[in-house]
Design a protein around this ligand. Sequence first.
Ligand SMILES: *[C@@H]1O[C@H](CO)[C@@H](O)[C@H](O)[C@H]1NC(C)=O
Ligand SMILES: *[C@@H]1O[C@H](CO)[C@@H](O)[C@H](O)[C@H]1NC(C)=O
Ligand SMILES: *[C@@H]1O[C@H](CO)[C@@H](O)[C@H](O)[C@H]1NC(C)=O
Length: 393
Amino acid sequence: MGRKDWLAMRSSSWNGWRRCLVFFLLVLFILLNLFYVLELHQNPAAQPPPKKMNTKFDHLVLGPAAGQGLPNRLQCQGTKALNKTHTRSSSNAGESVSFVTVFTVYNTSLADSRLSNFVTVGNASYTKMERSMAVLNVFVDFIKVTMPRSNVVILTDPASDLSLFGNSVTVYPIQGDYSRDKLMLQRIRSYITFLETRLEELAQNPGHINHYIFTDSDIAVVDDLGHLFNDHPNFHLALTFRNNKEQPLNSGFIAVRGTTDAILRAKIFLQEVLKVYSSKFMSASRMLGDQLALAWAIKSHPGFDLRRFTKAQAFLENIGGASVLFLPCATYNWTPPEGAGQFHGMPLDVKVVHFKGSRKRLMLESWNFLSSSSDIFDMLCLVLLSGRTKYDF
Ligand SMILES: *[C@@H]1O[C@H](CO)[C@@H](O)[C@H](O)[C@H]1NC(C)=O
Ligand SMILES: *[C@@H]1O[C@H](CO)[C@@H](O)[C@H](O)[C@H]1NC(C)=O
Ligand SMILES: *[C@@H]1O[C@H](CO)[C@@H](O)[C@H](O)[C@H]1NC(C)=O
C-alpha cells in the first residue's frame, strides 16, 4: 500500500468516525431538548425551584405569594388582593407632575428578522426593538391610569423616531452620545439639559408649578405620586434608597420640585454627580456608573450617617446646598427580589414597581392583566406571585 492510499484510507475512516460522532451529538441534543420540553409540560404552573434559576420563562410563572401573614404586606388569595387600601390624595390645585424618561431606539433590524427573536405577550408579538417600545408604551399607559392629569416627557436621541405617541407624551430630542455604553452618562446630561430649559421657561412664565419625576421607563406607577410634594414640602430633590452597602441608591427615580430654586439646586447636584461619574466610574459596567457616582456624591458628604439607609423610612438631608429627600425603595421603587434573596412580600403602600433586569415581560403581562381585570391590587398580587421568576426579556 502506497503512502497516498494509506492516507486516503485513514482519511476516509476518519470521515466515517466524524460522521458517527456528529450523528451521535445530534441525537443527544434532540433527546435533551425533548426531555426539557416534556418536563416543562408536565409541570406547567410550577414555581421555578432554586436549581432552575437560570431558566428564563416566556410565559407567566406564578409561585407562592411572599409576606403572607405579615402586617403591612399585601395579602393575596391567588391573584385576588385582600387589601385594597390606597388613599387617593389629590395634589395641590394648579400644580402638576410630569414624568421624564430617557429613551432611545437601537437599530436591530437585521438581527430582528429571525423568527426566534419574536416574543409574544397576550395577543401581541414583538421583535427586540418593538419590545422596548412596548415597555415604554406600558410605562405611559400606567401613568394614564394612576395619574391621568400627568404628562410624560421622553428625552431622546434626535435620530430616534418616536412620533407614534399621542398628546399625553412630549418627545424632546437632545443631542448627545446615546451609544449603549454611554447611555447612563448621557442620561444625566440629558436631565441637566432638560432642567436648564425648565429654568428658562420658568423665568418667562413663573406662575405655573410643574414638578418633575425622572424615571427609568421599565417602571409602573401604581399610585398617585402628587402627594409627595405636599407631604414633604421642604425638599428640592428626592432620591430612593435601600439597605445595600455597595449600592444604597437607585438612579431609576429622581423627583425634582418645580420651583426655580429647587430646579437650580437639583441641576447643580446632578452636575456634581456627572463630575464624579466622569472622573471615577467611567470604567464601571454601563448600567452601574450613575448609581455608584450618586452613592459617592452622597457618602462623601461630611457628616452623612449611612446607618439611615438601614431603616425604610423617609428622611431629609442637606447635601451641598440641596435639600435632598431620601425615600425608601420599598415604597417608591419596589423591585421583587430575584433568585434566592430574602423576600418579605410587597409593602401595602407600594407606589412604584420597578421591573428591573429580566422582569420586563412581567411588566407587559401585568398591564395585560390590568387591562382585563381593572383592579390594580389584584395586579399587584400577580406581580407578587411572580416576583421570583426570571423572564426572557
Ligand atoms: C389586609 O388583609 C388581611 C386579610 O383580609 C387583614 O387581616 C389585614 O388586617 C389587612 N391589613 C390591613 C393593614 O388592612
Ligand atoms: C435601521 O437600519 C436600516 C438599515 O441600515 C434602515 O433602513 C432603517 O431605516 C433603520 N431604522 C431606524 C429606526 O433607524
Ligand atoms: C388584543 O388584545 C387587546 C387587549 O386585550 C385588544 O384590545 C385587541 O383588540 C386584541 N387584538 C387582537 C388582534 O385580537
